[in-house]
Design a protein around this ligand. Structure first.
Ligand SMILES: NC(=O)c1ccc[n+]([C@@H]2O[C@H](COP(=O)([O-])OP(=O)(O)OC[C@H]3O[C@@H](n4cnc5c(N)ncnc54)[C@H](O)[C@@H]3O)[C@@H](O)[C@H]2O)c1
Length: 386
């Protein structure tokens, strides 16, 4: 229910990421009101409630029957997304789903069609596209700071997670990071959206994808061994409607590197960490003279100029606090519903991102190169970045 400017939201799935969302709630206290949370694991729900004091629903049905909840935040594990989203749509709730919207493009399109038929809205994470850093980069591209955009490179390498002590990574309410699930879902399903959403906003729909994926470390030293380990490496080239070509690499094998570069005729924009709303945006000019070329070679890209942010980031991340405002996506959906306008992360966009992600992680399911079927309406920059 929306009361004045405040929209009721409920969390389904009180796992690792739920705490990250919950930590961001105070940034939205004038527009979002958390009506409560539910997890099918009673112990998990109790630990979440003990940490945050929120209302704990007795069942999924209880959430779906609550008129105070307008938007369901589906923060379950990826394999549970479609079933929970489907139930919420059937109950007449709007849904904001963690990524991926579903495990296949076919399933994602079916959810979109169900939502449309039910007259409810569907949107999906990630929402880093709405953050200050990527909005600043996008505004620079639109303003011609790099001339005509030609090429985009994104690395989403996370290092050898299976060799880290990830069992010690605990969320605020004590949920261990779900390594096993992540290894079976696959790093491309988990992370590609962080790059694909900004590329989609900047360049329009992806039209063709040529990808390669492999499982390089089948034994991730889990007990018991993984039943269905997913590819832990993928690299894909994506052609966009406006002619830009992107190369996106995902792995949990190569050392941590999240560098994103947008290369144009007259310059390159670089963002070191697209998971951080405060990540600086650096503009570099191509080295033309001998000295400039030398600097470019020595410094791996040359000297750069830090662009002013489109606005100041309204929170401080790091030191146990999220570097992304996870609730900016749900807040965008709530505002779109209130204002009767499309959401920037709407269902067509979510289906598109899911389709391209599936092509990247499972190229064998598609023709080569794979022709992307889904499209979406162009996305508006945030008001403060226009
Ligand atoms: N872990 C991270 O750092 C991170 C960061 C960003 C996004 N995400 C995304 O967030 C989502 C959740 O990830 P997580 O790390 O929190 O996983 P998790 O396994 O820690 O938590 C998922 C929770 O959902 C619950 N659940 C599953 N099915 C349910 C159902 N039908 N009804 C009620 N509860 C149900 C589980 O019991 C579990 O507590 C995933 O889509 C993931 O891609 C995770």
């Amino acid at each position: 229910m929306t009361v004045g400017q405040t929209t009721g939201i409920a969390i389904i799935g009180c796992g690792y990421v739920a705490d990250s969302y919950r930590q961001c709630l105070s940034l939205h206290d004038r527009t979002l009101r958390l009506t409560g949370a539910y997890d099918r694991d009673a112990q998990r729900l109790a630990a979440y409630k003990a940490t945050w004091g929120d209302h704990a629903y007795a069942s999924l049905d209880a959430v779906l029957a609550d008129p105070a909840c307008s938007i369901v935040l589906n923060l379950t594990d990826p394999e549970s997304h479609a079933a929970v989203t489907e139930a919420a749509i059937a109950a007449g709730k709007h849904v904001y789903s963690e990524k991926p919207l579903a495990m296949t493009a076919t399933e994602a399109s079916a959810l979109r069609d169900r939502a449309r038929a039910a007259g409810v809205r569907l949107a999906s994470a990630p929402c880093n596209l709405l953050g200050e850093s990527l909005q600043t980069a996008w505004a620079a591209v639109r303003a011609g700071a790099i001339g005509k955009a030609l090429l985009a490179y994104a690395e989403l390498d996370d290092g050898m997670i299976h060799r880290t002590h990830y069992g010690d990574w605990l969320s605020r309410s004590g949920k261990p990071w779900p390594g096993r699930g992540e290894f079976e879902t696959g790093c491309t399903y988990e992370h590609a959206g962080y790059a694909l959403t900004i590329f989609g906003a900047m360049f329009g729909a992806a039209t063709r994808v040529t990808s390669f994926a492999a499982l390089l470390v089948p034994d991730k030293q889990t007990t018991p061994p993984l039943a269905h380990p997913a590819p832990d490496f993928s690299v894909g080239c994506i052609e966009y409607e406006n002619g830009v070509v992107a190369r996106l690499t995902n792995s949990i094998v190569a050392p941590y590197d999240h560098r994103m570069r947008i290369i144009g005729e007259t310059g390159t924009l670089e963002i070191r960490e697209p998971w951080d709303y405060a990540s600086p945006v650096i503009l570099r000019r191509p080295g033309e003279g001998r000295i400039a070329r030398l600097i470019e070679r020595r410094l791996g890209g040359g000297l750069g100029k830090r662009l002013p942010m489109a606005r100041k980031v309204p929170f401080k991340g790091g030191r146990g606090k999220p570097t992304m405002d996870f609730l900016r996506g749900p807040a965008e959906l709530a505002a779109a519903i209130r204002d009767g306008r499309p959401s920037r992360l709407d269902e067509d966009f979510a289906v598109h991102i899911t389709e391209v992600t599936e092509m990247l992680q499972y190229p064998e399911r598609f023709d080569r190169p794979a022709r992307v079927q889904s499209r979406f309406a162009s996305i508006e920059p945030m008001e403060w970045a226009r």
